[in-house]
Design a binder for this molecule. Structure first.
Ligand SMILES: Nc1ncnc2c1ncn2[C@@H]1O[C@H](COP(=O)(O)OP(=O)(O)OP(=O)(O)O)[C@@H](O)[C@H]1O
Length: 406
């Protein structure tokens, strides 16, 4: 079927009161970015709907991209016909020919924006319904309560639009409407899922990744970048900030008792993420912690780590079970990358038995043995920022080394 337009319905946007206009503008620009490679496509973000005019572009790939844009509740590919009843019948029959295979129930639902059109909505429902029953005398019957197919007809000023499908969108809020956050992205399973969920609530993210060469490999860094490429599908390009963490980890290892290595390292990571947020207009730090999952993710641990900041530390997967997180990771296509066996900077320096219930005062006093300011300054001086686009690949740039590892 050669569709003319995709009609996009807003999700929670419709309830956002006086913010509605800025939300719709943002969604419009996010859709424009997502569809930028389709030159012919035109986007019209209106008060109640957004219209994607295809102008000859195939609807399928466009709809695949739309499924990844947050703030869309659902959308419908539509046909546009001239404003006469015979054209409407012809298009409706063509749509039904594709969908009716055996006994099928249906109803027609008409909306009329052009009140000069001679047929009312009730009359259109009735006459078009009758014409369809005539065209498919054995298979079709009407069911107004639970039809298999709902044929929606919209009589607008510039033509009549017909659609029979409602495809589920990604939901959530348009990325950018909730402000900016710094996402602590490791190479693991959880933080990419947390990033996805933050983007879904409208947060625009910058990734902060700590790496510790030579203890961690180029592959570990490339993997975190490639994960960012997977997430950029949902937000447009994302800035990836790599923070050198070797000096801090070596110093912490030297000066802090083994049971508190992890707590103190995490305090420094959080300090750095917050410092970056402050410099770069971020409003919060996000991480991939889930309550009780590992030693650093008990409430005692969170208390001892979060002590370093007053900035909100948000944990989108806090209450998720591991298998729920894995399910989302599979759906957003980060899982296979996340399970590649590259050492993360934390695993390298994780003691065999970190304190699951660290004491806040001790954590503070062990940290006080370090030159926190100097260590942080040198780490911040060494950051590198890469702008990563949807689907960018980094791992296969090192394919030879990669092959050796497998
Ligand atoms: N190298 C790193 N760079 C940036 N953030 C990190 C790094 N390591 C850990 N984090 C942050 O700390 C959180 C907890 O990490 P940890 O390794 O304890 O748990 P995890 O459950 O394995 O998380 P993940 O699966 O996201 O790695 C991560 O979700 C991430 O937000």
């Amino acid at each position: 079927m050669k569709y003319d337009e995709i009609m996009v319905r807003y999700g929670e946007l419709s309830t956002k009161g006086h913010n509605k206009k800025s939300f719709i503008d943002r969604l419009g620009s996010n859709v424009r970015k997502a569809l930028h490679q389709y030159d012919q496509v035109k986007i019209h973000p209106n008060q109640d709907r957004l219209h994607v005019e295809l102008n000859g572009t195939d609807a399928e790939p466009v709809m695949e991209r739309l499924k990844q844009v947050f703030g869309i509740q659902n959308f419908s590919p539509s046909l546009r016909v001239e404003k006469d009843f015979d054209s409407v019948v012809e298009a409706a029959v063509a749509i039904f020919k594709e969908q009716v295979q055996g006994p099928t129930t249906f109803k027609v639902e008409t909306k009329r924006a052009d009140h000069k059109f001679p047929m009312g909505t009730f009359e259109m429902n009735k006459q078009l319904g009758g014409a369809l029953l005539k065209a498919f005398p054995t298979d079709l019957s009407v069911d107004v309560h639970h039809p298999d197919i709902t044929l929606r007809v919209e009589i607008r000023l510039n033509g009549i639009y017909l659609t029979s499908a409602k495809i589920l969108g990604a939901g959530g809020l348009p990325v950018g409407t909730a402000g900016k956050g710094m996402m602590m992205l490791s190479g693991g399973i959880d933080s990419p899922v947390a990033a996805y969920l933050a983007l879904k609530r409208g947060v625009s993210l910058e990734m902060v990744h700590f790496y510790s060469p030579p203890y961690t490999s180029e592959q570990a860094l490339a993997k975190a970048k490639e994960l960012t490429g997977k997430l950029a599908k949902y937000s447009g390009s994302i800035k990836f900030i790599q923070v050198p963490f070797t000096e801090i980890q070596e110093t912490v290892k030297e000066k802090v008792p083994e049971g508190y290595l992890m707590t103190v390292q995490r305090r420094l990571m959080l300090r750095l993420a917050c410092a970056l947020a402050q410099k770069r207009a971020g409003l919060a730090v996000f991480n991939g912690e889930s309550l009780g999952q590992v030693a650093s993710q008990t409430m005692e641990s969170m208390l001892a780590i979060e002590d370093v900041t007053t900035m909100p530390v948000l944990r989108p997967v806090l209450s998720y079970d591991k298998n729920e997180i894995i399910k989302i990771a599979e759906d957003i296509d980060t899982y296979d990358l996340s399970i590649l066996p590259y050492e993360d900077c934390c695993t390298v320096f994780t003691p065999p038995s970190p304190k699951t219930k660290p004491n806040l005062k001790r954590a503070r006093s062990y940290e006080a043995r370090l030159d926190v300011e100097g260590l942080m300054q040198r780490a911040l001086d060494g950051i590198e920022i890469t702008e990563i686009h949807a689907g960018d690949e980094f791992l296969n740039q090192n394919q030879d080394v990669f092959a050796e590892l497998l």
